[in-house]
Design a binder for this molecule. Structure first.
Ligand SMILES: [Mn+2]
Length: 325
């Protein structure tokens, strides 16, 4: 299956980290980045994120239409504003919590204006770093209450939560696929609530991304997929399949098996390398994985899995993917 691809703007921007705080490359004006991406034929869509104002939104909508591109997700600022350093949807300060919820509602209105885009929530600061820092149950309740209100605001916009176990806080509350599904189950009336499976976030919490994806899909909660790679310790956001070839292949196999036909978001962070080049190589790898899976006898592999014939399944995967062997 050939899926629609979108990219974050990261490959086209200066990119900073906590060491090179001025950026690895010169910064590029927001409109210039957007236009460069809209002119790339390899990508079908763009994420829309902060900062945005009404003028920029109008310009963006017009240009996107002219370039025939779609918006997959809209991200409110859940990570850059120092005001939310104590949390957002679970901020101890009720005023910050209220502002955060209202920001999400405003973002959902933007989603609706952008023809069916979903809101993406990565709760960077909704976490803690030290033993004895938190009243866990109290903050968990705040998170669920906030999410419930956001989802109830308008049911025509999907609310997608992107789990990640750490960074910037050493522990984030929405950390893995199990807790994400538990949140969805606790708020089961909110049919518009679902999950983003980011392959790198799955790896750093020691999941097998294919299993995480299959579970999210099994419960009807697989809303978005983010692609990248890392070494399982930190969220390196490397090019797709750079490290975990077989796990990434299985991830694509499961996407086919669960019938996922949504967006593939290229979520890479090519700070000191050629950004557009890294994006293009990642897209080629996405198409490679899609083609490899296309050639696999998928139903035969599934039936071997059900019978427990692992060796035969591995033999088929090897022989199909690497013809010389
Ligand atoms: Mn991501």
């Amino acid at each position: 299956m050939r899926r629609r691809i979108e990219s974050s703007s990261a490959p086209f921007t200066g990119l900073i980290d906590r060491f090179v705080t001025t950026g690895y490359k010169p910064s590029v004006p927001q409109k210039e980045v957007a236009l460069t991406m809209m002119n790339m034929e390899e990508i079908d869509g763009l994420g829309f994120g902060v900062p945005f104002d009404a003028d920029y939104l109008d310009w963006f909508k017009k240009e996107m239409k002219a370039h025939g591109k779609q918006v997959s997700t809209v991200c409110p600022d859940t990570y850059m504003d120092p005001k939310i350093q104590d949390g957002m949807l679970m901020a101890r300060d009720p005023g910050i919590r209220r502002e955060s919820i209202e920001l999400c509602k405003k973002t959902m209105d933007v989603c609706a204006e952008l023809n069916g885009a979903d809101i993406l929530l990565w709760q960077a600061h909704d976490g803690y770093s030290y033993p004895f820092e938190d009243d866990y149950a109290q903050r968990w309740d705040m998170l669920l209450e906030s999410l419930d209100e956001i989802c109830a605001y308008r049911d025509d916009v999907k609310v997608t939560i992107e789990y990640k176990c750490k960074e910037p806080k050493t522990r984030q509350y929405i950390s893995d696929v199990g807790k994400s599904l538990f949140i969805c189950e606790q708020l089961r009336e909110r049919k518009n609530l679902g999950i983003v499976v980011d392959i790198g976030h799955s790896l750093i919490v020691d999941e097998n991304p294919a299993e995480a994806l299959a579970l999210a899909a099994h419960y009807g909660k697989l809303f978005h997929v983010h692609l990248n790679d890392n070494y399982r310790s930190v969220d390196d956001d490397l090019m797709v399949g750079a490290v975990h070839f077989w796990e990434t292949l299985e991830f694509f196999y499961e996407m086919d098996m669960v019938g996922y036909d949504g967006w593939l978001n290229l979520d890479i962070w090519p700070s000191y390398i050629d950004g557009p080049g890294a994006l293009r190589e990642s897209i080629k790898r996405v198409r490679m994985f899609e083609n490899l899976v296309e050639n696999l006898p998928r139903e035969e592999i599934r039936s071997l899995q059900r019978k427990g014939d692992l060796v035969k399944a591995m033999e088929i995967v090897r022989k199909t993917c690497i013809k010389e062997y």
